[in-house]
Design a protein around this ligand. Structure first.
Ligand code: SPV
Ligand code: MG
Length: 296
């Protein structure tokens, strides 16, 4: 892997928010997945709270700690040369917790964080019947200011994620909150929706008249494609938040079933990559080159 400095990653990420077109991010829960996302040619990694918590097989409900989320994001960042944006839930508590998190994630080489305007501890936004309690606007504005005032690098990105549509509070509330957060200094507004069609998202985008760019997570409304989003101009980050994890669970379940059914591992080769492929992803070729130089 070519070594890319944090400065270069920050510069690239900033460019995503200003250049024409849409940057595509994909959600990862671990470094191996992040590596696959980079190899497939996507623009950035979304260190997803859903995927990271799923790697521990625990609910996406702030059960694991900020340090665990940060370590997961750090491990991703260490093996890719594209930027890593971290999904930091509600900031792990109040503004004090968030300021500490900004320090830790920035030190880990992360180019930006997303924080959402729900109460801590949160539930996953797509969870049927989940607690989707919104934080008061002033409280969240305080968090955005705290994050922006405490970032070390000027380019570090703070994404304010608006959960008003998720909570069922409607367009007006979503718009009011987005304006307040953008005015408070958020670099980007992530408008989340769990609707099965993109209509409410498209309505929001039509009415959005602030220069702050928009980020979208189309998990529940997959009919909205990159091509259509590009035409909307105001959307700069488009995030496929969890598809590799869901595909790999499906593949692993099918494989385990097959082994059980066949009473052995003699039929499953076509379902797997060879071990050599894993070696490549682990960076063995580079290690062997280094050995030639440095081992006597
Ligand atoms: C995540 O990927 O963890 C997200 C997106 O926050 S969602 O799961 O839709 O809440
Ligand atoms: Mg999340």
């Amino acid at each position: 892997m070519t070594i890319v400095s944090q400065k270069e990653k920050l510069r690239k990420a900033r460019e995503f928010l200003t250049r024409p077109g849409v940057a595509l991010g994909v959600g990862a829960g671990d470094a191996l997945c992040a590596k696959l996302i980079e190899k497939a040619g996507f623009d950035f990694i979304w260190s997803s709270s859903l995927c990271v918590s799923a790697c521990y097989a625990v609910p996406d409900a702030n059960l694991i700690s900020m340090s665990q989320y940060c370590e997961a994001a750090r491990s991703m960042n260490e093996v890719v040369s594209i930027p890593v944006v971290a999904d930091c839930d509600t900031g792990y508590g109040n503004a004090n917790n968030l300021m500490y998190a900004v320090k830790k994630f920035e030190e880990a080489g992360i180019v930006g964080i997303s924080i959402e305007d729900k109460k801590f501890p949160k539930d996953n936004s797509l969870l049927e019947g989940g607690r989707q309690e919104l934080a008061p606007i002033d409280e969240f504005v305080g968090k955005i200011k705290a994050a922006k005032d405490h970032q070390q690098s000027e380019e570090f990105i703070v994404i304010a994620r608006v959960e008003a549509l998720i909570a069922g509070w409607g367009q007006e509330e979503a718009m009011k909150r987005s304006r307040c957060y953008a005015e408070a200094g958020a670099d980007c507004i992530l408008m989340h929706s769990k609707a099965k069609q993109p209509d409410e998202i498209l309505e929001f985008i039509r009415n959005w008249d602030h220069p702050a760019p928009i980020a979208l997570v189309p998990t529940n409304y997959p009919s909205l494609t990159r091509k259509e989003v590009e035409k909307l101009k105001k959307v700069k980050l488009f995030i496929y938040a969890n598809q590799p994890m869901r595909a790999s669970v499906k593949a692993q379940e099918a494989l385990l079933e097959e082994i059980k059914r066949e009473g052995g591992i003699h039929t499953i080769d076509p379902m797997m990559v060879p071990v050599s492929h894993i070696f490549d992803l682990q960076g063995i070729p580079k290690m062997k080159e280094d050995e030639k130089k440095y081992l006597v």
